[in-house]
Design a protein around this ligand. Structure first.
Ligand code: AVI
Length: 320
């Protein structure tokens, strides 16, 4: 395959740094302290997330891969050949070959905010799929993205695996779906991974593993703040907590203060009381009707669902 020149759309390091600074400042000033989950993914956090996906308790990655493999023929039949596959937040693109092998696409457009990841995985895919044009786009998929003009005339398939949509509150998820409905255009399709509501024990185990990898992933957020924003947070005084919020149907991750403490970040002083938490992630889970409603609200009509894996996870195909 041929990797076309990396298109740098919006990711510049100064901009990312400013946004991190602003999010942390605003988040530590709120009554319930909270920092958006997107800031987990520095180099260390991305590597820890890869480790999470290999944990026996973290079923979503395995369930989704299994669905893609078992239903490859049916998925390919529903999508048809000749589409430009646009992957949102492609990261290390581990599930992508399964899809590309099944559907005979006309082009592949990975969109990711991390240029390094993007380059690496685009090169690996190019070697594996000779003849497939690849147009990497370095951009934040949460914003509306200008797609390469080379794929303008092709029918599109958006690919959004991993249940990443679950990390957004409903309003943000709907905004994202509507934005991508606009970018991909009339006649496009979307294949999206959605994690299901299931028994609380299975969910908690997936987000609080005994090996402590998810704890390290969560605590790395504080290390990152100390590293990048000149922080003095005593990380050893925090612990990882995963809880099921039944009203919102989501797993929440928090960083819990073991004692009262004072620290500084970016030249400002903060205080935390013993037991106070920093809310660091939401991971929403969707029943079949919930998922279909979310998609419709975002401008997409569900066409087919493949979800017979245990623990429950769904791949949904929708049309614009
Ligand atoms: C990336 N995202 C879908 C993961 C999830 O399951 O919500 C992030 C994660 N957080 C803790 N473990 C994995």
């Amino acid at each position: 395959g041929v990797v076309r020149q990396l298109r740098q759309v919006s990711a510049d390091n100064d901009g990312i740094d400013l946004a991190f600074r602003a999010d942390v400042r605003a988040g530590l000033t709120q009554a319930q302290k909270a920092i958006p989950a997107r800031w987990f993914y520095d180099a260390t956090g991305s590597a820890l997330f890869e480790d999470i996906t290999a944990l026996p308790e973290y079923y979503p990655t395995r369930s989704e891969t299994d669905l893609l493999q078992r239903h490859a023929a049916a998925i390919a039949a529903a999508i048809g050949p000749g589409r430009a596959v646009v992957e949102l937040g492609s990261g290390s693109s581990t599930k992508t070959p399964l899809l590309l092998e099944a559907i005979a696409p006309a082009a592949y457009v990975p969109v990711d905010i991390s240029g390094d990841f993007l380059r690496g995985s685009a090169m690996a895919l190019a070697a594996r799929f000779p003849g497939l044009p690849i147009y990497p786009v370095e951009a934040d998929f949460m914003q509306a993205v200008d797609l390469p003009r080379e794929i303008a005339a092709l029918p599109k398939l958006g690919f959004f695996p991993g249940s990443t949509i679950g990390n957004m509150v409903a309003r943000t998820a709907v905004d994202l779906l509507r934005n991508w409905r606009g970018s991909l255009g009339d006649g496009s399709l979307l294949l999206i991974g959605v994690d299901r509501i299931k028994d609380v024990e299975t969910l908690i185990a997936a987000y609080d593993d005994p090996a402590g990898v998810t704890a390290a992933f969560n605590l790395n957020l504080l290390e990152r703040i100390n590293r990048e924003l000149d922080g003095t947070i005593p990380v050893e005084n925090f612990s990882h907590r995963a809880v099921w919020n039944d009203i919102y149907a989501r797993i929440e991750m928090h960083l819990v203060a073991a004692c009262a403490m004072d620290f500084q970040v970016d030249g400002r002083a903060y205080h935390m009381a013993k037991g106070e938490t920093i809310h660091s992630e939401n991971s929403h889970k969707y029943g079949p009707r919930d998922a279909n409603l979310l998609l419709r609200a975002g401008g997409w009509t569900p066409l087919a669902t493949w979800d017979d894996a245990d623990p429950a996870f769904a791949l949904i195909l929708a049309e614009a």
